[in-house]
Write a protein that binds this ligand. Structure first.
Ligand SMILES: *[C@@H]1O[C@H](CO)[C@@H](O)[C@H](O)[C@H]1NC(C)=O
Ligand SMILES: *[C@@H]1O[C@H](CO)[C@@H](O)[C@H](O)[C@H]1NC(C)=O
Ligand SMILES: *[C@@H]1O[C@H](CO)[C@@H](O)[C@H](O)[C@H]1NC(C)=O
Ligand SMILES: *[C@@H]1O[C@H](CO)[C@@H](O)[C@H](O)[C@H]1NC(C)=O
Ligand SMILES: *[C@@H]1O[C@H](CO)[C@@H](O)[C@H](O)[C@H]1NC(C)=O
Length: 402
């Protein structure tokens, strides 16, 4: 009897560990080596009109090439090559003059298995007079991010920040890129989980003078690539441990079942992922969290985007499939922008399937206690009944015949 007790206890105690192990198997650590070059192949002084940052990230069998550029609207281009030798070549004169496309390349060209780009195109502001948070009317002229004056890229170890000012307005719009050699999670909320196949972008609207006292903002993002990102999927979870009060994650994915796809259905060559939350102060806490809303992605004319970003024209020319999406900050009843004059939002861009939070040890332990306790009680009850039955004088089936 003592033995089954020990077994029962062991099973209950070990269950969380075993389950955690199982839930991790999908995310085998795969490391990459990163090297970063600013304006690769360009001699000093830096090129006029903006920087081109090149992050080369080499894994055991493949390489990723991130290009982050401020020649026009801020653009992140991600190229996945199945060669560890691949590298980026830029023909600087033609690239800067836009005299032809194909001025930015990953060579050997035949090794490219996927490429996709994300452009921060426009920041829209609208006067939300009736606090409906519906940006249908009362739009102000947008901030065209291609017309901003961008600072030089401010580099630190594995990140780079770009800030811009718009004509004669106050405040800055910043985009910060972070890349990773390993799995992890940034310290700042929303604490997105990242893997070595992804890069994180933080977008900030800092100190803009709003044009009405009830202004709200939304962002127009554009994606360019031969495999266009066509749908946004929302994944729900019961776990908000890392992003308090947020139980969903949104994934903007290539529609792998669509026409022209030669990929295995269910696998994604590339993705953009975010949690539907922005923060109204630099020190992100629950009190300054504000929800996010997105509209469905729309097909766009490729030409304006190729005009807005030199990197898009240089790599893709002006006829590659282009999709746009609007993402708005704040819902009805939430404070307006001028309450704090600040908004920050974080997203993840990468190749392959997006990393997903598995249940944490804490949640498994809670589940184990919650489910394990009743089981344990049943077990104890069962054992007790058995013991009672065995120790009670067995009612003999052979009643002695008197
Ligand atoms: C790399 O390729 C080798 C041999 O083709 C294979 O055994 C290994 O699993 C691959 N590693 C990764 C991380 O894909
Ligand atoms: C790399 O990708 C190219 C293009 O998809 C393909 O033709 C080639 O066979 C691949 N090479 C390896 C080693 O997988
Ligand atoms: C705001 O509400 C007023 C009164 O209901 C209405 O007349 C007006 O059209 C609304 N404005 C917007 C932008 O919806
Ligand atoms: C910029 O800020 C200053 C000081 O707060 C203010 O006087 C000025 O009107 C602002 N400019 C714009 C274009 O909003
Ligand atoms: C975003 O919203 C603006 C303003 O309503 C609209 O002009 C634009 O077409 C929208 N973009 C997308 C991709 O839906």
């Amino acid at each position: 009897m003592a033995e089954s007790w020990v077994h029962a206890l062991l099973i209950c105690a070990l269950a969380p560990c075993v389950l955690t192990l199982f839930s991790r198997t999908g995310s085998e650590p795969s490391q990459r080596n990163i090297s970063i070059t600013l304006n690769p192949g360009h001699s000093d002084p830096p090129p006029p009109g903006g920087d081109l940052l090149y992050v080369r990230s080499v894994g055991p069998n493949d390489s990723l090439h991130f290009l982050f550029c401020s020649q026009g609207a801020p653009t992140l281009l991600l190229v996945h090559s199945n060669s560890t030798e691949a590298t980026v070549k830029v023909n600087w004169d033609d690239f800067l003059n836009r005299s032809s496309s194909g001025t930015v390349n990953v060579v050997p060209e035949g090794s490219v298995v996927y490429s996709g780009a994300l452009i921060f195109s426009k920041v829209w502001e609208y006067d939300d007079v009736n606090d409906t948070a519906d940006p249908g009317s009362d739009l102000f002229p947008p901030y065209e991010l291609q017309d901003m004056t961008w600072s030089r890229l401010n580099l630190s170890t594995l990140s780079a920040q770009l800030c811009g000012v718009y004509k004669d307005t106050n405040g800055t719009i910043c985009v910060q890129l972070s890349v990773f050699e390993d799995w992890g999670r940034s310290e700042l909320w929303p604490r997105l989980l990242h893997n070595p196949d992804s890069a994180q972008l933080a977008f900030r609207l800092d100190g803009l003078s709003s044009r009405s006292s009830q202004s709200r903002f939304f962002l127009e993002l554009t994606a360019v690539g031969r495999a266009p990102l066509e749908m946004v999927r929302t994944i729900r979870s019961i776990d908000d441990e890392f992003t308090p009060s947020i139980f969903t994650v949104s994934q903007w994915l290539f529609n792998s079942s669509g026409p022209g796809s030669n990929l295995t259905p269910g696998t994604s060559p590339g993705f953009v992922q975010w949690k539907p939350v922005a923060y109204r102060k630099p020190a992100a806490t629950l009190e300054v969290a504000t929800p996010l809303r997105h509209w469905s992605p729309q097909h766009q004319d490729p030409l304006p985007t190729a005009t807005a970003s030199k990197l898009i024209f240089g790599f893709y020319s002006n006829n590659t499939p282009t999709m746009g999406i609007n993402i708005s900050f704040g819902l009805s009843g939430e404070p307006f922008y001028d309450a704090t004059n600040y908004l920050s939002w974080t997203l993840l861009v990468g190749v392959g399937d997006p990393p997903l939070d598995s249940f944490s040890v804490l949640v498994w332990s809670i589940l184990a206690v919650g489910l394990g306790t009743p089981l344990l009680l049943l077990l104890v009850g069962g054992v007790w009944l058995c013991v009672r039955k065995l120790s009670a004088p067995a009612p003999s089936s052979y009643e002695p015949i008197n």
